[in-house]
Ligand binder design. Structure first.
Ligand code: UT7
Length: 332
């Protein structure tokens, strides 16, 4: 058995900044409502014809490779978490493999939405632990803004979701560094329709039809209130599970990186765990909710800001569509 460790992280977000003022010109909303209910002031949305899930994730991956001093030929495998791949098929893993010019390594796609990156990290961890692979590129990237209903009807989701990409290199740890201590994965499909997107659907007569377009089946649909209520409970449970599993107390956490769903959710968890501000990483204020992208983007930014040091105890936690939720406890 080997230990796995995050060797470096990188991220990329589109250049286009969309402010709350911009949104209030598209739908009946206001800066006050968005800031008060979500904490978001601005977010990044892609530019059609410029940004793709593939090219954004390639930029994030190159940075992660540079920071971890990983040469392209050292990467043994790709795990790509996204629910918004550039094509319906094939998945984004192979598109990234091509974009980066990597040799014919395996590429796996994971579709667990907001918890997708932690699921991906967990799978990568198993491959490293067994010795099958030494270095894995683990990515979380999304373009959500093209699936948002920007009319009054879709306003509760349109104001929170955004676009961006993050990547880490997970590698075999050296010198007994503990790296990833544990990961914890859960789901409850009974709530699948609380946050979902119907089209393109394989089980209808056709995957996309005029009727489906007119009904807006390709828009993300969310019962925000229900998701919020389940999120706060599951976040706490899965963080507690990670702490108990490793016999560590909440006071020992150096940095909690929660999925950036809503600043009020992060603040609720922070308050329950009684963590000071410097121990919780939030960037939702200026990046919004980038689904599978939030955690690797946050790790990259936290590292840039000097908030992640060798040996720090880091807790990752996420909850979202599925419902699916997860946590990871690791030593940086
Ligand atoms: O990342 C994946 C998982 N996702 C999440 O974890 C998201 C969880 N949910 C949330 O973050 C919040 O539920 C939202 C931000 C989506 C919505 O906030 P809320 O405080 O739960 O609002 P609400 O849906 O209960 O709506 C309250 C009121 C309603 O008006 P009435 O019925 O009280 O008159 C909504 O129509 O706010 C209205 N509203 C808005 N008003 C202005 C909903 N969205 C907006 C908006 N601007 N954008």
């Amino acid at each position: 058995m080997y230990n796995s460790r995050i060797l470096g992280a990188g991220h990329y977000v589109p250049e286009r900044i969309v402010t709350n003022e911009d949104l209030s010109k598209m739908m009946n909303t206001s800066n006050e409502w968005i800031v008060e209910r979500t904490g978001i002031q601005e977010r990044r949305w892609y530019t059609p014809g410029v940004d793709t899930v593939t090219n954004m994730s390639a930029k994030a991956s190159r940075l992660a490779m540079e920071r971890s001093k990983t040469a392209p030929e050292e990467i043994d495998f790709i795990i790509f978490a996204t629910i918004t791949s550039d094509y319906f098929l094939p998945g984004n893993g192979v598109l990234l493999q091509r974009e980066l010019g990597l040799k014919s390594i395996g590429a796996l796609d994971i579709r667990n939405a907001c918890s997708g990156f932690i699921y991906a990290l967990s799978v990568a961890d198993q491959f490293i632990k067994t010795g099958m692979y030494k270095k894995i590129l683990v990515v979380g990237a999304e373009i959500q803004s093209s699936a948002l209903d920007k009319s009054d009807e879709g306003r509760s989701s349109a104001v929170i979701f955004a676009d961006g990409a993050g990547a880490v290199i997970l590698g075999r740890a050296e010198n007994d560094h503990p790296g990833i201590l544990s990961t914890h994965l859960h789901s409850e499909g009974a709530h699948a329709e609380e946050l979902y997107c119907i089209a393109p659907s394989s089980s209808g007569k056709v995957r996309i039809s005029q009727e489906m377009i007119e009904r807006g089946d390709f828009f993300l649909k969310m019962n925000g209130n229900a998701v919020f209520k389940h999120a706060v409970v599951r976040f706490m449970e899965v963080i507690q599970e990670a702490l108990s599993h490793n016999g560590v107390s909440k006071e020992e956490i150096d940095l909690l990186v929660p999925h950036q769903a809503n600043l009020r959710i992060s603040q609720y968890i922070q308050q329950k765990l009684q963590l000071p501000d410097e121990k919780v990483f939030n960037n939702i204020m200026y990046l919004g909710n980038t689904t599978a992208g939030t955690i690797p983007i946050a790790l990259s930014q936290a590292w840039e800001q000097g908030r992640l040091k060798d040996g720090d105890l880091v807790c990752l936690a996420a909850f979202g569509s599925g419902f699916a939720w997860a946590s990871a406890l690791l030593r940086w």
